[in-house]
Design a protein around this ligand. Structure first.
Ligand code: PXP
Length: 239
């Protein structure tokens, strides 16, 4: 069974636009799970541009909600994550000027640091994941790091599909990496830039077990409502 994680960062973006309390991301976490999401994803960025510490604490304390916390390798954020105890973490690269996460981690450069971070989360019994580019080299390093899951960055295939360009080579790359990761006992997830069309294409890769989708779900919800959009994605993922 493939799972849907709903990223609710942009509920916080909307809240922050007014600097007040509405809409409350912790309420969004409860609602998306009621509407069928299997888990909730939030990214506690160092610049706190959307989700902040209070949101993270509140959301991680919600009962019966699986929380996937995205975080960088920043020690302050890691300490907070270990304190808030989400169900899952996904380590992502962070760059101050980026609008959103632009690619996978540089695993080769950060091997040693990642290894010790992963160990700390595993000791706390938190499921660990790395946001990676679809290359066999990165899958090998992920395996060396003893990671539970990888999330493949799907930004490139998403852009190709949106621009109606040929996405077959990127699809094959993602498929090859997914098959290889599964063989190495790593659970495969996919995320970034996904809409209905790209998600549908990627469901053909049976090794992908989880999709983490944010911007498109929140954007479509303005027109059709969260319940309808989550229902549509669940249907696509099941197909
Ligand atoms: N997965 C990861 C690791 C991410 O960093 C992001 C963006 O925060 C997403 C998934 C969701 O991407 P999008 O908002 O484009 O659906």
């Amino acid at each position: 069974m493939k799972r849907l994680g709903v990223n609710i960062d942009h509920v916080a973006t909307l809240r922050n636009a007014r600097g007040e309390k509405h809409p409350d991301p912790s309420n969004a976490a409860i609602k998306v799970v009621e509407m069928g999401a299997d888990s909730v994803t939030i990214h506690l960025r160092e610049d706190k541009r959307h989700i902040n510490d209070i949101d993270t604490k509140k959301i991680c304390n919600l009962k019966n909600i699986l929380v996937n916390l995205e975080l960088s390798m920043n020690e302050n954020i890691i300490k907070k994550a270990l304190k808030f105890k989400p169900s899952y973490i996904c380590i992502v690269p962070e760059n101050r000027k980026e609008i959103t996460t632009e690619g996978g981690l540089n695993l080769n450069k950060n091997k040693k640091k990642l290894k010790s971070i992963i160990k700390r989360f595993k000791k706390a019994k938190i499921r660990t994941s790395l946001f990676v580019n679809p290359t066999l080299k990165d899958i090998n390093i992920s395996s060396e790091l003893n990671i539970d899951c990888i999330e493949i960055h799907t930004g490139k295939i998403s852009n190709l599909v949106k621009l109606k360009k040929n996405y077959i080579n990127e699809f094959k790359r993602i498929k090859k990496c997914s098959i290889y990761a599964k063989k190495l006992n790593i659970e495969v997830h996919a995320g970034h830039g996904l809409d209905y069309k790209t998600t549908k294409i990627l469901t053909k890769i049976k090794e992908i077990k989880e999709f983490n989708i944010g911007h498109y779900i929140i954007g479509e919800s303005i027109f059709f409502g969260l319940a309808k959009v989550i229902k549509n994605f669940k249907k696509i993922i099941k197909s």
